[in-house]
Design a protein around this ligand. Structure first.
Ligand code: ZN
Length: 307
């Protein structure tokens, strides 16, 4: 179930759903229904999706809250063994829904602060937390950055390179949350030169919630970012893992390297802004799938307000 229907203004949800559906279909192993919930201020009295028909929910819905009539069956689905995948904006949803925050492990924005949990980051190869008071959630400009695998033995990351370049995207920092049963599979260095923390921030998170499996992919601001082959591949693998506990998909030959980004033009083209250029890549001369410009973009355009 690809569950959508509302989002913060910085993340229009219909183009994100189009990307997610295309990438799920491309994997060739998923049958995906798009289920569109009412907007957060809408009437939910007749919205009763049959979660029991599905192995995994891919969430592309970002709002302040849902009614109990939806939260309760959603919690039961995951707690009793269902899979959940949260993508970027959806990763920041529902700040006051305790069980949702347990599911995703760590998050930011939407008024989250130290009341929602400590800061979580990776130090010397270990996940650590820090109780320093303050807000949660920030990012710099959307420029390419290096991702580092922290757990190479998990089904999602097994067989991936140790490091790779992710194309221009929002590198979230200052994520906070309960962090219960949470593992950070991959991190990225949040560079102070780009308004970062100087810490290795979580990028790919997995959480065991009850008997359910949650894959929380923190990056993926827009179709441009989601066209980065590493994003696509980890999304496909993470969704399979959340659904079944296993990953059967092979790593494609165009997976990015430590030196160069790699993206899929057909995915990037689903973004209405693609015609204006692929973020920082364009100024460096992106060459399409398997090519890309690596760090040579000369800086990204300014970040959008909010998330
Ligand atoms: Zn964003």
């Amino acid at each position: 179930m690809l569950l959508d229907g509302d989002s913060a203004s910085a993340h229009p949800w219909p183009p994100i759903t189009a990307v997610l559906k295309e990438e799920l279909d491309e994997a060739g192993i998923f049958q995906t229904d798009i289920v569109t919930a009412p907007k957060a201020d809408g009437d939910f009295s007749n919205f009763k999706p049959d979660f029991s028909k599905y192995q995994v929910i891919v969430l592309n819905y970002d709002a302040q809250d849902w009614p109990e009539s939806l939260k309760t069956p959603f919690e039961a689905f995951v707690k009793n063994g269902g899979g959940l995948v949260t993508v970027h904006a959806a990763e920041t949803a529902f700040p006051n829904w305790k069980e949702f925050n347990e599911m995703i492990g760590a998050s930011g924005f939407r008024g989250r602060t130290d009341k929602d949990g400590p800061l979580w980051f990776v130090k010397d190869g270990k996940l650590v937390s820090d109780n320093t008071p303050g807000p949660a959630g920030a990012h710099g400009n959307r420029i390419p950055y290096l991702v580092t695998v922290q757990d190479p033995n998990h089904p999602i990351t097994k067989g991936l390179p140790k490091t790779w370049m992710h194309q221009g995207d929002e590198l979230y920092n200052k994520l906070r949350g309960p962090g219960t049963n949470m593992t950070v599979l991959a991190s990225a260095y949040s560079d102070p030169a780009n308004r970062g923390t100087g810490r290795d921030e979580p990028q790919l998170i997995v959480v065991n919630y009850g008997t359910g499996r949650v894959f929380n992919t923190v990056a993926g601001h827009d179709a441009n970012a989601m066209s980065s082959v590493d994003w696509l591949v980890t999304f496909q693998r993470g969704t399979e893992w959340a659904a079944t506990g296993k990953v059967t998909q092979k790593v494609p030959a165009d997976f990015p390297t430590a030196q160069s980004v790699s993206y899929r033009p057909n995915i990037a083209a689903l973004d209405p802004s693609y015609k204006n250029g692929l973020n920082a890549l364009t100024s460096g001369g992106g060459r399409g799938a398997g090519g890309g410009s690596g760090r040579g973009g000369g800086g990204g355009r300014a970040a959008v307000p909010g998330q």
